[in-house]
Design a protein around this ligand. Structure first.
Ligand code: FAD
Length: 414
């Protein structure tokens, strides 16, 4: 490891590896570090089809096809009453290859991303924890890191990229993190072998199932070797306060989700229960002199539409292009390094609005689409992740007033 690089990327998840690969490919020297040792377990298995473009640019499409990940062609919603929506079937909406995607084991996917960053020229060290970002005045000038049992050491760079995921190293250090009071959610999940999948093309699709009281929902994500990732998400106050162990809570929620129970009749659990708490937040500032945030470190919405990995790849790509230009121009100011974030947030807000709609009691996507069938295509595009174009949010011309009136009615009823 050298003492100085052009760019240091902290965190080797999808966001960090994207930045590292694309910047290194363009020429600047890149140090990529992660405290974990790859391959390592991570949640976030269901991809959005729009990951196609960043993966194509990273040169990873062929590998994705060869690895035998489950193909995800659809998303389906099951209502609290057990009514199954017609699946949003991506190839029917758009037959191009880019409308199909994958359900991935993140250990394998992230290792592939890491190896790719190395192949593109990044110098990468896993098992290496960044203890702190070094500042001179307002400017980030490097990091203090510790590799295994070695002594901590300082490494300097013109740009420090925080891709530490929900650890949000810089946002926490600088007090930039803003938790979302509307989305204080908890997730409990595990892995099952032998869960019943739909036959044919929908077999690999993601299913989102509301429980009967609408206070929680389950994800059903088919993976390789007949394993299915199944998790329940609900408000912290509902799901964990004064309740039992994660296993007991999971079982209680399963008991009020008959459509999922049916799918699990012949399944066996093959893993422990995992818990993630209060993962939704935003950041007040996304770049400063010599530093920039990407991926979850930049903010995280909610896992319901499986947007996290796509946002990680996309923010990584946009940040990488900006960093390369900034280094070329010799301007690594906050303004220059953050030049991409307005475009990013004006696109990702559509997914945020869909999340809010899903959690609006009394609002039903099924009912809305019955009234406005012309928006089914737009909604499918949003589920695909097509948000970086001017018409992406057209559906909200009609949905916003509908949501407003549902909320007003709810408020009037107390
Ligand atoms: C319950 C739940 C379900 C989800 N389901 C989905 C889904 O189905 N689909 C989807 O797309 N997304 C999903 N997500 C979101 C997804 O997991 C993330 O959006 C995605 O992993 C973000 O990638 P990233 O590269 O920003 O961060 P990460 O993948 O978290 O990578 C961050 C890396 O930084 C490293 N790191 C942290 N601190 C340090 C440090 N100090 N020094 C060195 N390294 C450090 C970590 O070890 C880690 O490897 C889900 C999230 C949750 C909480």
């Amino acid at each position: 490891m050298k003492d100085v690089y052009d760019v240091i990327v902290i965190g080797g998840g999808p966001a960090g590896c994207t930045v590292a690969a694309l910047v290194a490919e363009a020429g600047p020297s890149v140090l990529l570090v992660d405290r974990d040792v790859f391959p390592r377990f991570h949640i976030g298995e269901s991809l959005m089809p729009e990951v196609y473009w960043p993966l194509k640019r990273l040169g990873l499409l062929e590998q994705m096809k060869e690895r035998g990940f489950v193909r995800k062609l659809s998303v389906q919603f099951v209502s609290a009453s057990g009514k199954e929506s017609q699946p949003f079937f991506f190839p029917e909406h758009d037959p191009r290859e880019c409308s199909r995607t994958w359900q991935v084991e993140r250990a394998e996917f992230d290792k592939m991303m890491w190896d790719n960053a190395v192949a593109k020229g990044a110098e990468a060290y896993d098992g290496t924890r960044v203890l702190d970002v070094l500042f001179e005045g307002e400017r980030a000038v490097g990091v203090r890191l510790k590799r295994g049992e070695e002594e901590a050491r300082d490494v300097r760079a013109k740009v420090v990229v925080d891709a530490t995921g929900l650890q949000a190293l810089l946002a926490n250090r600088l007090g930039l993190r803003e938790d979302d009071p509307e989305l204080k959610k908890v997730a409990i999940w595990s892995y099952f072998r032998g869960a019943a999948r739909d036959p044919g093309d929908h077999g690999g699709g993601t299913i989102i199932l509301h429980t009967q009281k609408r206070q929680s929902w389950f994800w059903f994500i088919p993976l390789k070797e007949d394993i299915t990732s199944i998790g329940v998400v609900g408000d912290r106050d509902y799901l964990v306060r004064g309740r039992g162990t994660p296993e007991e809570v999971f079982e209680e929620e399963l008991a009020i989700c008959p459509a999922l129970q049916r799918r699990l009749e012949n399944a066996e659990r093959i893993e422990k229960y995992f818990v993630a708490k209060e993962f939704s937040y935003s950041t007040r500032q996304q770049a400063g002199d010599g530093w920039v945030l990407v991926g979850d470190a930049l903010g995280f919405i909610d896992p319901i539409y499986s947007s996290g990995v796509f946002f990680a790849l996309k923010s990584g790509e946009m940040a990488a292009d900006t960093i390369v230009a900034a280094l070329r121009e010799g301007d690594t100011s906050a303004k220059r390094l953050g030049a991409w974030t307005d475009e990013f947030f004006s696109a990702t807000r559509w997914i945020r609005k869909l999340v809010d709609a899903y959690y609006t009691n009394g609002f039903s996507f099924g009912h809305f689409l019955k009234m406005h069938p012309e928006h089914r295509g737009n909604l499918t595009d949003l589920l695909i992740g097509r948000i970086f174009h001017p018409e992406a949010g057209e559906i909200f011309d009609e949905m916003d007033p509908e949501l407003e009136s549902v909320r007003r009615r709810a408020a009037a009823q107390g």
